[in-house]
Design a protein around this ligand. Sequence first.
Ligand code: ACM
Ligand code: ZN
Length: 736
Amino acid sequence: MEKPLLIFALALLLGACAPLAEAPPLELIPHPISWNPGQSTCSLSGTWNLEVAEEWKDERGFWLDWLVADSDGNEGKAVVVIMERAHGMEPEAYALAIRPEGIRIEAGSEHGAFHALTTLRSLVLTSGGVLPCGDLVDAPRFAHRGLLLDCCRHFMEPDFVKRMIDLLALHKMSVLHWHLTEDQGWRVEIDAYPDLTQKGAWRTEADGSQHGGFYTKEEIRDIVAYAAQRHIEVIPEIELPGHSRAALAAYPWLGCTGEAMEVPNDWGVFKDIYCAGQDTTLAFLKTVLDEVMELFPSEYIHIGGDEAPKVRWEQCPRCQKRIADEGLHDTHELQSWFIGEIGRYLEAHGRKMIGWDEILEGGLPADATVQSWRGMDGGRDAVAMGHDAIMSPTSHCYFDYPVESTDLEKVYGFEPEPEGLNGSGQILGGECNMWSERAPQHLVESKVFPRLVAMAEVLWSPPSTKSWRGFQERMESHYGRLDAWEVAYGWETVPMALEWKKGHTPNSLQVQIVPAMFGVDGIGDFVLRRGSTAAAALGMEEFHSVEGEGELRVTLSRKGASMGDLLVFPLAGHAGAFRAVELDHEINAYYPGRGSQGLADGRLGSDDFRDGSWQAANGQHMGVTVELDAPTQIDSLSMQVYRYQDAWIFLPDSVRFQWSVDGEHWDGEWREQPFGSPTFDPSEAQDVNRLVIPVGETARWVRFEARNPGPCPDWHDGASSATWLFLDELVVHSQP
Ligand code: ACM
Ligand code: ZN
């Protein structure tokens, strides 16, 4: 230790300088607090000579491996790196002094020191062998910087989990929120209840194949230790009282009915949950938590708490008896009581509880931390009640959502601290959530990256350094790092945007394909819905006219290579598009479907209900009136309605198309049950349904109304909750 320090000090005094010219700019992600460039450069051609303070000597071997993992290891001048603790620095803070003779690291703890090495590792990858000299000061904005990995909907191999831990560490994230129990699979070995993994870890898929897997205790200890070495805390999530079908499949007595059931192979919210009336169920959960706490040394244990339908509790005599015995008002208070029992148990064992924002309903235990997912309100309410919060609203943090709804810029724009709570210290940080219903292991990286890179910066860097433009520029070199780490990243965004407006003739639109990613090129074909082919191919960057209803099919390439799947946009040039609209319903904020013009804008909903075109209302009737330019001879009117009962999106009970010459006297009748009575198979159908009515008259105004079918029926897992209607769009079919 002595000697290099002395050499370093001497070199500093002598101030040996190399020319700055070759030094590349510092292109770090996440952006540090400050960087003051000096006048010279530090050559990296050589082996690393890592000198660590005595107290960190046990870490040295691993730290050196981490630092040199991406270096080419050429012999030559040694790069001296000296690492010391700076008393008074925050644990995760560090400072780098880069000089021609070497690099000095000061850090608040080994955690900060590890971040400093990660910074160096990142810089080395893009440096071309020379670092600019200068002083860098850095520390995270939030302590809790997490990724939720759902290893239940699809099992992920232990090595894959370790790879994600490495990638988290390389982006200075701090938490792996490991979702280990679910309806579709129980993944953590519990000695006291072997059937949890013998039975509950396996499901039979619709095609008869088996899917499953679980982590043995040995594998879990290994993963937790692997993470700890990289300063990633693993927080397990053991879901209760809902999302527990796999446990109920293993031990049916845990539920209210006691009936045998399978581990489900479809997605959604299920009404069979842990019985809150039985002491045996609570005893089971406490035993499970004993074993979980023994495996995971984390300060926090996540207990879920989200999406727990109360139908079974309403009907269960034991649950009703519990409500009476405990002086509770209803099943919501029963959930609160149940969560409270678990919270007190964890607290008695020195752990803190995290739960999804539903745990706010009916009151939450002292010391509980709320993870806000249904927007930001849960976090805001939790803080108002004196609790800590972790922010992961669906709007910015759900990486299972496609880039159509949550692209890189959207994630980068996330602000975890709600207005008025800045600096309160009660927003611990944020998480990105990787639910895996539609992402088996081989797709996970393409969904997590590059979006996690933006989230890492949001959670680490001071808001004063935030710049989307600057981030995009740094991202260009960061792709080089992601390539070096062999990350199978996906798209930043939908690589093209569609611009469209009212056409020059009554039944046309003007359409333009606009590249939305650097270097993207492409071509589209507009194919009429009925009838064969259509207009000529459409190039980029100019408006083209399309006539009638059809699909624009776009093929993209970047740097000469195809960019994968065809993009399809259903469009309709028609007499109602971009004409004056009035709505009867309130547009739901999550599914605005392009706002007030959305049901008459020429852009039709696709087979993805989250495509931004579908307009939705919850628990309400919907209605739209369109005024045409002039009295028009109308052949027919049509409307698309979406059905996905598993997501509580139902078909309307009854519908009415109407038309009028004067806006006062209307033709057109109600049609009851236009699709027949609702199916009893909630999982199967996810489809676009088209309603058409012949008109054969002249009219100036047209209207469509849809009646909401009322709450989810008894057979549905969401029984008694409000249903959704999804519409798009009222198309006026007329002669040109
Ligand atoms: C959640 O996405 N159900 C927390
Ligand atoms: Zn019960």
